[in-house]
Write a protein that binds this ligand. Structure first.
Ligand code: FES
Length: 190
């Protein structure tokens, strides 16, 4: 089999059957009911941003800022408002790691898994963090909602690899000890 050439292809190939089932379930979720109060906010966002060129990303950012995630049941109304298919909107949401379908934990730790960081040992750090937090190999949110661990593909800190971002603050030249203390600090502070 040909080697996967992009992080997204790698992620799809590395996804467990239950993660893939989850993604299919998200796409199959029904649209929000007409009396859902979130729809008014989505319509306000669409009227503010929907007419500009290339509106999908700004709309998705605004929806995630409003609700902490892009709830799957709002994908239909967003698609309809922008004259796109649900699959197109879903494809963009799943392509960009920044977008999430469920709210994040109280802290978010993004670990860089791109080439430069990989070359400096980020894969081992990633897997140790997943195992230490009891999360699957693809990361996720701890059961107590304290921490979301997710991959990111380059933080612009390649010269100081391996790197990570905790709640928007960069941390560079990580090793096992520094990564464990980042994880422990965020779980304790949650
Ligand atoms: S590859 Fe990790 S910061 Fe660029």
């Amino acid at each position: 089999m040909r080697d996967p050439s992009t992080p997204r292809q790698q992620e799809v190939l590395l996804a467990t059957p239950s993660e893939l089932r989850d993604r299919i379930r998200q796409l199959g979720k029904p649209a929000a009911r007409a009396d859902d109060p979130r729809l008014a906010q989505v319509h306000a966002i669409l009227s503010e941003l929907g007419a500009q060129p290339g509106p999908l990303l700004p709309v998705l950012h605004a929806v995630q800022d409003a609700f902490g995630c892009i709830p799957p049941e709002l994908v239909g109304p967003i698609a309809e408002g922008l004259n796109l298919s649900r699959a197109e909107v879903h494809g963009v949401i799943t392509y960009y790691h920044h977008f999430r379908s469920e709210p994040a934990g109280r802290h978010v730790l993004e670990v860089c898994r791109a080439e430069s960081c990989q070359a400096m040992g980020s894969e081992a750090l990633w897997h140790e963090a997943c195992a230490g937090l009891g999360l699957p190999a693809g990361g996720g949110t701890t059961v107590d909602g304290a921490l979301t661990l997710e991959p990111v593909y380059c933080l612009g800190l390649c010269a100081q690899s391996p790197a990570a971002m905790l709640d928007g603050h960069p941390h560079a030249r990580l090793d096992t000890g520094r990564m464990s203390s980042l994880v422990a600090r965020s779980v304790e502070a949650a």
